[in-house]
Design a protein around this ligand. Structure first.
Ligand SMILES: NC(=O)c1ccc[n+]([C@@H]2O[C@H](COP(=O)([O-])OP(=O)(O)OC[C@H]3O[C@@H](n4cnc5c(N)ncnc54)[C@H](O)[C@@H]3O)[C@@H](O)[C@H]2O)c1
Ligand SMILES: [Zn+2]
Ligand SMILES: [Zn+2]
Length: 351
């Protein structure tokens, strides 16, 4: 089969590799119909994730059709259309039992690490992928949900919702600021309304993304390169700050922006993946009763979010801005990597 193979920092090729086969009774083989690229794939290509070995197939998002199942798989069969979760879940370890799939203790990849595709085992940017723990790591697609909608449920929608909205404890009437209006920030914006956020403020440097954020539910937008950006945010609250500030960039400055705009007693939910250490000003924050949360997505809410997408209550299709075929993978990466010029959100790649 063909697959997108990581060849060390800066290197990737769409090339021939052996077809995957069933290795364990709980596996399934999925023919990938649609996949997409995550910012994390760009991090891997920069060499920021040293655990990724040369020769690894990239990608942790996908929608496909099952071609083969292992002997213990009873609830899925060849021909089923499925969403591939970006997080593995064995379904019976202590962490899986409480929905903490991000720390699944199953031995696939490594025990305790839920993110295995394109990290520790071969990923989804390929014609076929082996999915471990298939019955818990795949979600059957109902008729009426398109591949383009469904592929947003592998990673970005659960990430924005779980680590942004749920960990941020958004509640009815809240004012929520989302710093970073990339796909993940937009996913938080799109799902903040599920818990009744009244005011949703998108904060970004990119006017195109800010404009887009209104389509996902932002009620106000603020450019963070304007000198008075903070006053603009505070003016949209009672002057005390937002109830919830969601960080969806992954740099020290935007984390600090969140602690600067949150009200006393409010929540800062960090979603961004940070490559550098971040200063936490406990000396000034302690007296403000701030809660700070962070984490790796569990993707335990994917079935619930899928129901909302199926009922047209979440505009998953709006994330797709560019479309490519598998043989155009290099072009797809280039378009996604230059998002500021190409206005790309999610690039969708189909077989
Ligand atoms: N916690 C998790 O499980 C998880 C899962 C997936 C992705 N992530 C992380 O979430 C983050 C966002 O992902 P994405 O794909 O949306 O990334 P992205 O790079 O597409 O979007 C980031 C956005 O932040 C904006 N930005 C940059 N600097 C800014 C600043 N100073 N002020 C305001 N906005 C600024 C950019 O213009 C861009 O729109 C990344 O760090 C990613 O690695 C986390
Ligand atoms: Zn991802
Ligand atoms: Zn588990």
């Amino acid at each position: 089969m063909k697959a997108l193979v990581y060849g060390g920092p800066g290197q990737k090729t769409w090339t021939d590799v052996p077809d995957p086969g069933i290795r364990n009774p709980a596996d399934a083989i999925v023919k990938v119909d649609t996949t997409t690229i995550c910012g994390t794939d760009l991090h891997i290509l920069k060499g920021d994730v040293p655990a990724v070995a040369e020769g690894r197939i990239l990608g942790h998002e996908g929608v496909g059709t099952i071609t083969e199942v292992g002997s213990s798989v009873t609830s899925l069969k060849p021909g089923d259309r499925v969403i591939i979760s970006c997080i593995k879940s064995c379904g019976h370890c202590a962490n899986c039992k409480v929905g903490l799939y991000s720390h699944c203790m199953g031995s696939e990849g490594a025990p305790g690490i839920g993110w295995v595709f394109d990290h520790l085992i071969d990923g989804t940017q390929a014609e076929y992928v082996r999915v471990p723990y298939a019955e818990n790591s795949l979600h059957l697609l109902p008729a009426g949900v398109s591949d383009e909608q469904a592929v947003m449920l592998s990673d970005i929608l659960p990430t924005g919702f779980e680590i942004g909205v749920q960990y941020g404890r958004v509640k009815p009437g809240d004012t929520v600021a989302v710093v970073g209006a990339g796909p993940v920030g937009l996913a938080a914006i799109a799902t903040a309304g599920l818990y009744g956020a009244a005011t949703i403020i998108a904060v970004d440097l990119d006017s195109n993304r800010l404009e887009k954020s209104r389509e996902f539910g932002a009620t106000h937008v603020v450019r963070s390169d304007e000198a008075n950006w903070k006053d603009q945010v505070l003016a949209l609250t009672d002057g005390q700050g937002v109830d919830v500030a969601i960080e969806a960039v992954g740099i020290p400055a935007t984390f600090t922006m969140c602690t600067d705009i949150v009200r006393p007693g409010g929540n800062v939910a960090n979603v961004g993946v940070h490559g550098k250490s971040v200063e936490l000003h406990v000396e000034s924050l302690w007296i403000q009763n701030i809660n700070i949360s962070m984490g790796l997505v569990n993707a335990n809410t994917t079935p619930m979010l899928l129901k909302l997408v199926a009922q047209n209550k979440l505009p998953a299709e709006k994330f797709a801005t560019h479309r490519f075929r598998f043989e155009q993978f290099m072009e797809a990466y280039d378009t996604f990597a230059r998002a500021a010029e190409t206005n790309a959100l999610k690039v969708v790649i189909t077989a």
